[in-house]
Design a protein around this ligand. Structure first.
Ligand SMILES: [Zn+2]
Length: 1032
């Protein structure tokens, strides 16, 4: 950034000597701009990473000691059944057809033996986090997002780790998660190929039941060692039953397959329970838990927070568990036990009547509560990182002393976790540590708990324990998000600093408010003052931030965020703000000093510039905000297109020369805009429709032919008028004519290829070789001709580019997207026409130069002393065009697909090139398809900028500054809760908006190659309006 500042000053010095050099400086991407772009890329890369520091940090802490219960446990062993993907209502409800329960054995237990309820899971409702919550008692942190969720991202403690011996059977996706590194756990999984959606998945469950049967058989017949293990204390057996999940995905949860699978699981459990009771001689020392990891939506999917996904059944029975109770007074009982208000309890949904269970006491839990429930039944310590709260009302009423002791151990375990988290934060924070105040008298609370226990006041002790747990969990969350406010501020200020720096740079170098038009005397004095200020700022900010970071023992990346903060706010902004500062000072000081006497025209003009600038900024920000919404609702693009059409006809383009043709073109523009607005409202997952592709191809050809005809007419007119040079011109235009004809024929040929290829694919004949060959020849020759040929006039070249880009797009299309592309061409052509018209029309006030002698202008022109074309300045209209450009980019992006997932693009688009599955090639072809509309938009913008003498680097920086307004939005929209999909999408939105700088760099570079800077549109006769298509 130092270059920017130093060269600014050089500019001042050189300015008087070599005015012509300025022009060259401004048209090219010179070293200054390169430095900015480089800083921009690094800045965006670093700030993209920042979300992992802010949103995705592991909540796990280490170094806690386990808290045993110190009383004999009710159960010697625990059997856990997890029916993967079983949703609560399908399990509990009475089958409409048979009038009976689908799971008679478990139903009998609910009614006569044990307790039941709903286990409320958290999002993401997926298999892995579900099992972690059940067995380890914590909700898996989203930091696993960075580790791919596959392997264990972190070491964690869980139920099986605490037992003497554990046995587990089930899916290879689940078992290794818990058995790895646990030597006393014996587990077995079927091969992954068995999880085939096509076959009947309930055989997966049968496999698991058979394995347990085999285990018990082995132990009772020949394996003495196994027998000893199974008969020890604190043993657990885990049965993971994947059938329901697989059947739910394949046939949906309302299917016969799903219902049959529920029945099969029920029969299997009945068998296993009987075998186990027989094996242990009905000793009454076995506890059973039946639940699911997540539910299943009606669409056969899970992951999000839909009720069908988050509500899973829970049935607990056996040793240490209370029997069924009447539902009378249940709310009051649970509320008093947990020391909570009724509405805070998870039981806040009415039990559906078709469950026929309303008369029975229902014990709902949060999923992680099942972990301390199981450990308490078994008498082992809670998993160290568990945030589950023991559901005391599920434990037997006959042993209140044990229940209290278990809850006390649960409280101490969570308290320990809180203490470690708090002290580690305090240790790393030397100054400004703000503790969690609500737990400051924790010692007194624990004293009271012990007091109640010693007096056998079990209920009072339990209430206090519950209160203590609530506070500890709040405290844990407080420290988990401790750094967030600081980091959020740093990142947001970083983005604002970058946007302001870019804006000031454009203002200084490409407008008349900038350096060149300042009073040089004032400028150099103020420069010195601001330089001193900047140095002080750098010093103070660096000391403060580094001090703060050192004191808080911050990670290395935090320093990098702060480097950018200091760079922007202490260096680039103070150094570049001087001319603007002088401009504002001048405007206001003179107005106030002359108030009441006479109005100084110059300063009122200055004020109107400021006013217009504010209006422009506000509207720019509003459009950007609407584009942010378009990421979630593509319909917003439709709305914006309608607004664009109407507003531009009545405002922006209204002043261009009146007349019949102009009205005609304006209506055409309006129609084109309204047609464009249809596309973003259409569904993304459109099927294949070859007829539409061919129709689109023919329309584009007609458009091309019409263009040629217009040109021919104009040329013959010109030929009649002019004399000598026209011969040469005619030759050139003949060459154009030939090229265009070839292109039009190629487009028609492409349509034909698409048609024949698809019909032969439909007949399952395969991809005809000749079609494939022709497709590739057309694609390659299209690229070659783009690289070699340059049209000789403005519209010639534009027509040529449109036609040649249509060919690959057509070959990659499957449905209405060709119509979209054709209309986009028409839309952009008219856009350029109007923008050039507006700019060339000298009756429009925007080009009235504001000189001290002139009339005050109401419109903003930064160009003060000379006509714009000489100085290559940037005006408010250029900023408006940049906004239009970004909008068109988004239309190109989202118009016919959702870029956030490339999978939404039909793979069948590539079938004209290859039918064999080659992911890399197909991906590349799809990227070409996405890139073509964007490139077309970029080319039209580039053509406009060339002809309006807008410096390319300037317009590039404006575009970047504008899109970073969106990046800030997406930064705040990143989600750390929700389904895997929602989290992933929010991250990819943020990454896409940050990658926009690179995409734009690419687009600007390619369009700069395709559009020679010499190519000019010359409007030699502004009254002659019918030359829409005009050649030089
Ligand atoms: Zn699952």
């Amino acid at each position: 950034m130092y270059h920017i500042i130093s060269s600014n000053i050089n500019n001042i010095n050189n300015k008087s000597n070599k005015p012509n050099d300025n022009k060259n400086d401004k048209t090219k991407f010179n070293s200054k701009i390169l430095v900015i772009v480089l800083i921009g890329i690094i800045f965006h890369a670093v700030f993209t990473l920042s979300i992992f520091d802010i949103y995705f940090r592991s909540p796990l802490v280490h170094g806690m000691t386990p808290h045993p219960i110190n009383l004999p446990a009710p159960a010697k062993r625990l059997v856990l059944f997890v029916a993967d993907g079983l949703r609560a209502d399908k399990f509990f409800e009475i089958d409409e057809n048979t009038g009976k329960s689908r799971s008679p054995f478990l139903r009998n237990i609910i009614e006569n033996k044990g307790t039941w309820g709903i286990s409320h899971t958290r999002v993401p409702t997926e298999t892995r986090p579900g099992h972690v919550a059940l067995i380890a008692g914590f909700y898996e942190d989203v930091s696993a997002v960075t580790k791919g969720w596959k392997a264990n991202p972190v070491e964690f403690d869980h139920l099986f780790n605490e037992t003497t011996y554990s046995f587990g059977y089930g899916s290879p996706d689940v078992l290794p998660m818990f058995s790895e590194g646990v030597p006393h756990m014996q587990s077995e999984s079927y091969p992954e190929e068995a999880e085939d959606f096509a076959s009947d998945a309930s055989k997966l469950d049968t496999w698991v039941f058979d394995k347990v049967q085999q285990l018990l058989l082995n132990a009772s017949t020949n394996d003495q060692e196994l027998n000893r293990k199974l008969r020890s204390d604190k043993v657990s057996i885990f049965l993971h039953l994947l059938g329901l999940d697989t059947n739910g995905h394949a046939y949906r949860p309302n299917s016969k397959e799903y219902f049959d699978n529920i029945a099969l699981v029920d029969r299997g459990i009945e068998k296993i329970v009987k075998l186990i009771e027989d094996f242990y001689g009905n000793d009454g020392k076995t506890a059973f838990v039946f639940t699911a990891d997540h539910g299943m939506s009606n669409r056969g999917s899970h992951g999000d927070g839909e009720r069908a996904n988050t509500e899973t059944p829970l049935v607990v029975w056996g040793s240490g568990v209370r029997g069924p109770l009447s539902s009378d007074l249940q709310m009051e009982r649970i509320a008093s036990l947990r020391g909570k208000a009724k509405e805070m309890l998870p039981v806040n949904v009415e039990t559906p009547t078709n469950w026929k269970l309303s008369s029975l006491f229902r014990s709902d839990v949060s999923q992680a509560d099942i972990a301390p429930l199981m450990t308490s039944l078994l008498g082992v310590p809670s998993p160290l990182n568990s945030v589950g709260v023991l559901p005391t009302e599920i434990l037997s009423e006959d042993t209140p002393q044990y229940t209290t002791a278990a809850l006390r151990a649960n409280t101490l375990q969570i308290w320990e976790m809180y203490k470690i988290k708090s002290s580690s934060k305090q240790q790393s924070t030397l100054i400004f540590f703000s503790p969690f105040t609500k737990l400051s008298d924790a010692d007194r609370m624990f004293e009271r708990i012990e007091q109640h226990i010693s007096l056998s006041q079990w209920e009072d002790a339990q209430i206090l324990c519950h209160q203590m747990i609530d506070l500890c969990l709040m405290g844990l969350n407080y420290f988990q998000t401790y750094d967030r406010p600081f980091l959020m501020t740093v990142i947001t200020m970083g983005y604002f600093g970058w946007i302001i720096t870019l804006s000031l740079y454009v203002l200084n170098n490409y407008t008349s408010i900038g350096i060149e038009n300042c009073n040089q005397q004032k400028l150099s004095t103020q420069m010195k003052r601001f330089k001193t200020l900047s140095n002080y700022l750098i010093f103070i900010e660096s000391i403060a931030l580094v001090g703060f970071l050192l004191a808080t023992d911050a990670p290395l990346l935090y320093y990098l965020y702060c480097v950018f903060l200091v760079l922007f706010w202490a260096k680039t902004i103070p150094s570049n703000i001087v001319p603007l500062y002088i401009f504002i000072c001048d405007s206001f000081s003179q107005v106030s000093s002359t108030r009441g006497h006479f109005i100084n025209t110059n300063n009122s003009a200055n004020l109107s510039i400021i006013k217009n600038f504010i209006i422009l900024s506000v509207s720019a920000i509003s459009v950007m905000e609407l584009l942010v919404v378009s990421y979630f609702h593509r319909g917003v693009l439709s709305l914006l297109y309608q607004i664009l059409g109407v507003v531009s006809v009545f405002f922006f383009y209204n002043r261009s020369g009146a007349g019949k043709t102009s009205t005609l073109l304006k209506s055409l523009w309006l129609i084109s805009c309204l047609l464009m607005s249809i596309f973003p409202s259409l569904p993304i997952d459109y099927g294949s429709d070859t007829k539409l592709v061919c129709f689109g191809g023919i329309l584009i050809s007609i458009l091309g032919v019409l263009t040629s005809l217009f040109k021919f007419r104009n040329n013959s007119k010109q030929q009649q008028q002019s004399s000598s040079s026209s011969q040469q011109k005619l030759q050139k235009s003949k060459k154009n004519q030939i090229i265009n004809s070839i292109l039009i024929i190629s487009i028609l040929l492409s349509s034909f290829i698409v048609y024949t290829t698809d019909s032969s694919l439909e007949k399952k004949i395969g991809l005809p070789f000749i079609n494939q060959l022709l497709s590739w020849i057309l694609l390659v020759s299209g690229v070659l001709i783009l690289a070699i040929y340059r049209g000789k006039g403005f519209y010639d070249h534009w027509t040529f580019l449109c036609l040649s880009l249509s060919i690959p797009f057509l070959l990659l299309s499957i449905s209405y997207e060709v119509l979209f592309f054709g209309n986009l061409i028409l839309n952009l052509t008219l856009w350029m026409y109007f923008e050039l018209k507006v700019d060339n029309d000298h009756t429009i006030p925007k080009l009235v130069s504001i000189t001290p002698n002139s009339e005050p202008s109401t419109s903003l022109s930064f160009s003060k002393s000379a006509s714009k074309s000489n100085l290559m300045n940037i005006t408010q209209h250029d900023i408006r065009r940049a906004i239009f450009y970004i909008f068109f980019c988004y239309v190109g992006f989202f118009g016919v697909g959702n870029i956030a997932s490339i999978s939404s693009f039909e793979i069948s688009s590539t079938y004209r090139f290859t039918t064999i599955f080659r992911p890399f090639l197909m991906g590349a072809l799809l990227l070409v398809k996405i890139f073509i509309p964007l490139l077309l938009v970029a080319i039209s913008f580039s053509l406009l900028n060339n002809n309006l003498n807008v410096p390319r680097p300037g317009s590039f920086l404006i575009v970047i500054a504008l899109t970073d307004i969106m990046s800030i939005n997406f930064f705040f929209l990143v989600k750390d809760t929700g389904s895997w999909l929602e989290i992933g999408v929010s991250i990819s939105h943020y990454a896409i908006s940050n990658a926009f700088i690179i995409l734009q760099l690419l687009l600007f570079a390619v369009s700069a190659l395709l559009v020679p800077t010499t190519l000019k549109y010359i409007n030699n006769n502004s009254n002659n309006n019918n030359n829409t298509i005009k050649s030089k």
